[in-house]
Design a protein around this ligand. Sequence first.
Ligand SMILES: *Cc1c(COP(=O)(O)O)cnc(C)c1O
Length: 465
Amino acid sequence: MNIQKSKHQTPAILGGERVRLLPFHKRKLMNKPQVDAVLKVMESESLSGFLGAVGPFFNGGIEVQTFEKLCQDFFGYKHAVTVNSWTSGLQACVGAVGIEPGDEVICSPYTMSASATCALFYGGIPVFADVEKETGCLDPESVRSCITPRTKAIIVVHIFGYPANMSALIKIADDNGLKIIEDAAQAPMTRFEGKLVGGLRDVGGFSLNFHKHIHTGEGGIIVTNNDELAERCRYIRNHGENVIEQFAYPEPFGLIGGNYRLTELQAALGSSLINTLPASIEKRNRNAALLDKLFAGIHGITPQKITHPQSVHSYYCYPMLYDEQAIGLPRALFVKAVCAELPPAENWETVPLIGGYVKPLYWSDLYQKRLGIGKQQFPFNLAVNGDELYQKGSCPVVESLYLKDQMLSMLTLEVNGEQEMQDFYNACEKVIHHADIIRTALPTEMNNTQVTLSHDAINKIGKHE
Ligand SMILES: *Cc1c(COP(=O)(O)O)cnc(C)c1O
């Protein structure tokens, strides 16, 4: 074996050569049509068309209304209501479905914080159900076990673009008279049994923030087939309290509005981008299929599988299950060793691999200390059996995904292709092949695959970067 080759074979984390030197591609969403669309609005001087008063512009300007029409057709829902962020959209949905102080809302603990805090704004109490290990989405059985006479709604998250088990969740909602809000922030064009997710039961929607499939800087889209819910969302979006009287709105509840309005600039940008989604989803699926095939032979790394018929992933990122016994390395060390084989990430979209997603939501101080609003800690002070809520260990699957079972890669994004998938796989394969060498290079107290290493401990290993 020549020197070059043996050097190549030393794991990069121990000083060897990287598998890939060329940086991964960054996305470029803002092209000529996007610049032209925004410039046209600039030149019109009409950057927002909303008026918080009775009249034709209560529902936004020309660009907002055009974009909403496009979204209705694109996602196949009767109504699309744009908002200035999906966080605002979630709050509007919670208000629209009529959550009241003390109502319990079943949430996923494995998601961005807003998927649960949205309930608190109307006095709803988030109750966390566990998720399925394979999908990261709410486990219908766990949801069922969380239901009490106070439960009013379920907030379903199609996390990472995987379609949650909507038929089982809708059955539970039907059986118990609950509403369903779908958080499809990471799942535009995700399909459950042939249908695009978002408003499959009541109401839900998508995020247009900088990190999502398409973006308008910030923004969101609510979708629903329900006239009344759409109407309430429109009131909540635009200072509804000002116009209730003139519009002769029938019931007074849940209608204290905000300013959740999208600008004309963002709407024009959204209109110019929406038709890029199908190609993006197709490319992400092609990349994912390449990785699925490559990892099929690896015992210890298991990509997500879609099990429902005619259902489609939208691959916000590429999730994998990790088995540290099979691979022979603690997950944090595996991730560090794989990243060492690849060019350093320059931003979120070039991150080759991370271990786990966000901390289970109920671990945060908001829930552990019931911070809520004011000294009375509203609305946690209204919780019945409040002491039983938010106990560590209460959702074991999510805790284990976070601590050791799951890894995510951003590399299936549409800008990458066959070469990038192969390089990523080669990096993983090389680390797996050298797992023993990497492990024995560690101080003995870390040499136990059972130990989940802290980030500090991992940072002390290897002198890479
Ligand atoms: C991004 C995201 C949100 C929040 O969307 P914003 O538009 O950033 O407010 C909510 N839920 C999930 C799952 C998300 O990924």
